[in-house]
Design a protein around this ligand. Sequence first.
Ligand code: FAD
Length: 457
Amino acid sequence: TATAPDLSPCTIMGAGLVGSLLALYLARRGHVVDVYERRADPRLSGAVEGRSINLALSDRGWRALEGVGISEQVREVAIPMYRRVMHDQQGRLTHQPYGRENQAIYSVSRGGLNRTLLNLTEADPRIRMHFNEHCQHVDLRARRLEMHNTLTDQEQTLPFRRLFGADGAYSAVRGAMQKTDRYEFSQSYLEYGYKELTIEAGPNGEWQLEKNALHIWPRGQYMMIALPNLDGSFNCTLFFPYEGQESFTALETPTQVAAFFQERFPDAMPFMPDLVEEFIQNPTGSLITVRCFPWTHKDEVVLLGDASHAIVPFYGQGMNSGFEDCSVLDALLNQYGEDWHTVFSEFQRQRKPNADAMADLAIYNFEEMRDRVANPRFLLQKKIESKISAQYPDQWLPLYSQVTFSATPYADAWANGQRQESIMQRLMPHIHTEADYDLPAVQEMVRQEMEKIDALS
Ligand code: FAD
């Protein structure tokens, strides 16, 4: 039996993507919500925001936005990307569709999305936003927050009843939980960093590369990608080793940077007039994976988004999984009616294995993007997989589609994907061209594999 709903006020730390969406979900359930954010209100500083940075939004994220009724608004400023376009070192292109026809991931502006969410929080009288408030310390026992206002330089101590840590990969809320007994925590960095660069719009605001695609320049040990913006430009990200022969450390001078791009990315270089300046001036970002447990403290504190599961960006799922956290939490609140103890324990029980699987998938996809997509055998394998999927839609949804275009829990998707990969390892030695898929012997092997899948389910 459901207990009486506990509508005591909620405190959210962090008004990033996840914190601002969560505020909308909680307020719509009738809670008064206080949101504290270290940074200034981005809508005030927005006009001077320089570079446009975009993210790939996919089905899980869309579903969570639909839950608060804002998906249509976001869709108007989102650019569908139907396929990957790979650029080799001679500028030759190959393609790989992301899913079935008309299935796409969407390029959206991070700042634009955050501002849209914040505008909606403003429209809800139950939500109170507090910008320039940096949480310095969380006292879990006394349920108090020590805050520092970065504008007035004033300190204050605030009580909380229920605290939602959506304060990102370096979460202060998690920091306090890490000091509790037997807390599990690990963080690891890739030996790669990233640099954001720009492909300019053409003279009339046109896109100089195919607009509705995610572009990849796979180079084995590293890669560059580009996502389209509404103004005709592309936001590029170079994922590159910190150390080694080809690395951030090795590219010290403007001449070295220009020569490197000319040699490795010759077809992109003409569209990057500010390349050298951007390369030198833009910061090099690091790539962290965070795992921790538990995500909750009593029925008082819970972590969401990057605070509990920061992952590397190669599957485009960090924000999407953080958004999914919000919709899963909301569904549990529907199910258990604000019985927070049950809701919090169910939340971490369901989400933790999925977050772990997603962290592994994200690293796996880095190898795929920087290396395997340049291999013709890999592309052939992907074509064969889509043929299997078309012929046996009930038995076979490609791993990428399970992660990106379905609500299948990440852990199940990863397990299915590994099973599919072992099937492909058995099939591919018998397949040399796309047409080989129709050979009776191959068809028979596929049929037998599908029977085995049926037997498992
Ligand atoms: P954040 O966005 O980090 O927000 C946390 C907020 O908390 C911030 O506003 C911060 O200022 C505030 N804060 C932090 N500490 C404090 C404190 N002590 N006191 C008060 N406030 C505080 N995900 C995708 O789904 N698709 C993509 O294509 C994608 N691409 C990415 C590309 C790159 C290069 C990177 C690095 C990440 C990418 N991600 C992508 C991941 C995505 O950016 C994150 O998963 C997402 O931003 C997490 O949202 P969040 O709200 O949990 O954390």
